[in-house]
Write a protein that binds this ligand. Structure first.
Ligand code: S3P
Length: 439
């Protein structure tokens, strides 16, 4: 456990590049492991969550090595040819690794045990257990449908048509991945669109998908027993990691920062829209395509922010960015209200409760509601900071640690974070980049 204090900062300046997208990195390793032959991955996020996926895919028979050129080379075992893992698959802190792999293994005829850290072991898995059971897999989970759990895959599994009861890209992806090794066509219906990296990348690897719309809902059909071909994947920078630097540059006076190569997929970029709505000066430069995903360089300048009402319809496209949006709101002029955020209660921590407690301890005015926070901003004045000897609780949640680090940059007394080690799950270079931008 490393506690650390973040204190009032001078302007953030210069150019920086955030590491590869976490969602895309997990998927690149998984799909490359299913294609027979060598795939290469450039820009892979080398964070603990993604390394947990790499370790699991090795246990399942893929050969995965990192070259000296930081390009990852994956020799896939082939769809349907994965090996039964003889040891438990240790998913660490990673919900994405867990839920996507549960889906993939649900249509392989063997047993697999999933374990994880204290945070992951409290997170709900029934949301994937339910559809995967309809496909024929069976599960023995810990009470409340949590890890550790044992999965018994079905061979053959049966295709289903499944309408998502929660807006979750992980659940959507779990069912689509189970459908990959299932005869026939598996269909997922999304009442609200969530990140579409699975669909984009599977199509790139040669799977057949049909994407349409019925009654305003997105319908994704995948043809089973796919033949995946090896690919060269280039992973764009993670907009969820960029968000910490976007907000930091907006709220630290005098800042003028360019964040290069940021993923701009519309299913991920809600934070930019929300911050612009608050008055944030964010310019997207040189929009282009990298590896089948839109990217741009973001030029961000310090801006006076105004409190606002965030449209709950934006939530799926910025679901991981609310902790840092709450920090922006704490510095805005007036009140910011967020609603429709029940899902935040089942992330790496209960992000409504954890952020309400953390920001309150740092001196912000926050009201916690069942489905969101209402935050009364300082109008640009620094926050007081955490009291002497007190520190905010991270609860094993990387995004809480980084959000409160950003809050510290605009606090007169500094913000002490109890444990910064979880940052390594998604953004191992966060501290270095922060130091560079402050220099
Ligand atoms: C992810 C989906 C989201 C997100 C998570 C990554 C993915 O989770 O919060 O960080 O890669 O599919 P949910 O599916 O639970 O919304």
């Amino acid at each position: 456990m490393g506690s650390q204090t973040f204190s009032l900062s001078g302007p953030l300046r210069g150019r920086l590049r955030v590491p590869g997208d976490k969602s895309i990195s997990h998927r690149a390793l998984m799909f490359a492991s299913l294609a027979v032959g060598e795939s290469t991955i450039e820009g892979l996020l080398e964070g603990e969550d993604v390394l947990a996926t790499a370790a699991a895919m090795r246990q399942l028979g893929a050969e995965i090595v990192r070259g000296d050129d930081s390009v990852w080379r994956v020799h896939g075992a082939g769809l349907g040819s994965l090996l039964e893992p003889h040891q438990a698959l240790d998913m660490g802190n990673s919900g994405t690794s867990t839920r996507l792999l549960m889906g993939l293994l649900a249509s392989h005829g063997f047993l697999a045990t999933f374990v994880g850290d204290a945070s992951l072991s409290g997170r709900p898995m029934n949301r994937v257990i339910e559809p995967l059971s309809l496909m024929g897999a069976s599960f023995e989970a810990s009470s409340g449908g949590t890890l550790p759990l044992l999965l018994r895959g079905a061979l053959p599994a049966v295709p289903i048509r499944y309408r998502l009861p929660v807006a979750s890209a992980q659940v959507k992806s779990a069912v689509l991945l189970a459908g990959l090794n299932t005869p026939g066509i598996t269909t997922v219906i999304e009442p609200v669109a969530t990140r579409d990296h699975t669909e984009r990348m599977l199509a790139g690897f040669g799977a057949t998908l049909e994407i349409g719309e019925e009654n305003g809902e997105r319908v994704i059909a995948i043809h089973g027993e796919a033949d995946l071909r090896p690919q060269h994947v280039v992973v764009p920078g993670d907009p969820s990691s960029a968000a910490f630097f976007i907000v930091a540059a907006l709220i630290v006076p005098g800042s003028d920062l360019v964040i290069e190569n940021v993923g701009m997929n519309a299913t991920r970029s809600g934070i930019i829209e929300a911050l612009r709505q608050m008055g944030g000066n964010i310019e997207a430069l040189d929009p282009r395509e990298v590896g089948g995903e839109p990217v741009a360089d973001l030029h961000v300048r310090h801006s006076p922010l105004t409190g606002t009402q965030i449209d709950p319809a934006l939530a799926p496209s910025m679901i991981d960015e609310f902790p840092v949006l709450f920090v922006a709101a704490a510095l805005a002029d007036g009140k910011t209200v967020t609603t429709g955020l029940e899902e935040l209660r089942v992330k790496e921590s209960d992000r409504l409760a954890t952020m309400a407690a953390a920001l309150t301890l740092a001196g912000a005015r926050v009201e916690e509601k069942e489905d969101g926070l209402a935050i009364h901003g300082t109008g640009g004045e620094p926050l007081p900071g955490t009291p002497d000897g007190a520190s905010v609780e991270t609860k094993l949640d990387h995004r809480i640690a980084m959000s409160m680090a950003v809050a510290g940059l605009v606090s007169s007394g500094g913000v002490t974070v109890d444990d910064t080690s979880p940052i390594a799950t998604s953004f191992p270079t966060f501290m270095d980049l922060l130091a560079k931008a402050r220099a």
